[in-house]
Design a protein around this ligand. Sequence first.
Ligand SMILES: Cc1cc2nc3c(=O)[nH]c(=O)nc-3n(C[C@H](O)[C@H](O)[C@H](O)COP(=O)(O)OP(=O)(O)OC[C@H]3O[C@@H](n4cnc5c(N)ncnc54)[C@H](O)[C@@H]3O)c2cc1C
Ligand code: SF4
Length: 446
Amino acid sequence: MSDIAVGRLSDEELAQNFSDMYPRLDRKTALIEASRCYFCYDAPCMEACPTGIDIPNFIRKISTDNVRGSALDILDENIMGGACARVCPTEVLCEGACVRTAQENKPVVIGKLQRYATDWLMDSAEQPYERGPATGKKIAIIGAGPAGLAAAHRLAILGHEVDIFEALPKSGGLNEYGIAAYKVPDNFAQKEVDFILGIGGITVHHEKRLGEDIHLGDLRRDYDAVFIGSGLGSVQAMGLDNEHMDGLYNAVDYIADLRQTDDLSALLVGRHVVVIGGGSTAIDIAVKKKRLGAESVTLVYRRGAADMSATLVEQKFAQNNNVTIKHWMQPVAVKTVEDHVNGVEFEYTELDRDGKLTGTGETTTLHADMVFKAIGQVFVPDPVTHDSGRLELQNNRIVVDENYATSLAGVYAGGDCVVDNVGLTVAAVQDGKQAAKSINDYLMNS
Ligand SMILES: Cc1cc2nc3c(=O)[nH]c(=O)nc-3n(C[C@H](O)[C@H](O)[C@H](O)COP(=O)(O)OP(=O)(O)OC[C@H]3O[C@@H](n4cnc5c(N)ncnc54)[C@H](O)[C@@H]3O)c2cc1C
Ligand code: SF4
């Protein structure tokens, strides 16, 4: 029988397990940390930040107690600087490039300093941005995620009027429905959305889905330009029998439920949990299940540790949370008892002479009360292809040029839904910001 139950931990334990992962730096620590920065000329950390924040400059301002100025340096380039300070994999971005990393293996904690400055400004309740003089141009945006919100904010600064159409009841995209709860506690995602919309000139229409309630052809007719930032709408299938049995879940759906519940003790938790995948989503769901009280959580990936898209820091984080990671195994069968999942059979894998992943034929079965599939998300093309004028797709994502322009005149796209996007919040913000600049050039110069 499957052992799935609610309330495996007390309310106190759950509150502790889902509290802020890295609390904010206090002033004294921030000043000491800021003083470790060499303020490099041609700073490598700046190069490594996708949004190009002037990192030495914002850190220097912290060291002179000009926290407001520091926050503005960050937000001018990255309006989601608060979220990014909490969720960026800094170990492979800014901090990974910090000169102190090579010297002492201890980078300046750029992400935490960024949070120190941006939290200060958000707490002050000041709205530092205002809309530029009205241009009379109207832009429609699909999706109120990081890409859509960043594009909307920059377009509002440039004086345009923006309508965002969002399928879900809340704005924020995966910041609200996906990112690990302990990275963005205290309703941070909605506070940031309010801050961004506080500039004015942006209207969000919730529960309006492109392809159902609204259509690309109509938007092209009614607006001066369109930006698509709809992210990835579906999850990849493993292609196995029994994939839809009770007890086998899409990790992103469960994470969304977890993010929206106000009672963690009401969530179902298996005693033994298996997670299949190798990215941040797999790490997130594995750690969350452990923190919700699962007795054992095993994450299984078909290749080696270095091949996982989750960084080594993320892998270590999972292991520190008592998640067992097994490599070189691929799922071949979902085991069931009375229509409920009770395990997964895996085949061991290896690389053949040509470096191609292949099964060895040897198998093993891991018992599981709950199985989570986190093997990637896919773009749902229907809303942009079943319409007047088809958007060009490649590898099932939207093709854009260097200006974020799609194959349809006046239609731009950015974030997870475009080809070659790296799947990070900071990258989606940069896409939205840059696409807005291109849309402005297109509207004002044509
Ligand atoms: C579980 C999980 C954990 C993650 N953790 C991290 C992390 O720690 N750090 C990090 O940097 N990145 C993380 N990411 C990746 C990051 O969240 C995304 O790269 C980022 O949110 C992409 O932004 P976006 O605006 O392109 O898409 P999304 O955030 O997906 O936003 C798209 C929005 O469009 C809406 N939409 C979709 N289809 C339609 C439609 N037809 N009509 C209208 N609206 C529509 C959606 O409802 C959504 O609100 C994580 C992703 C997942 C799934
Ligand atoms: S936005 Fe992210 S990558 Fe850029 S400086 Fe801030 S924490 Fe680092």
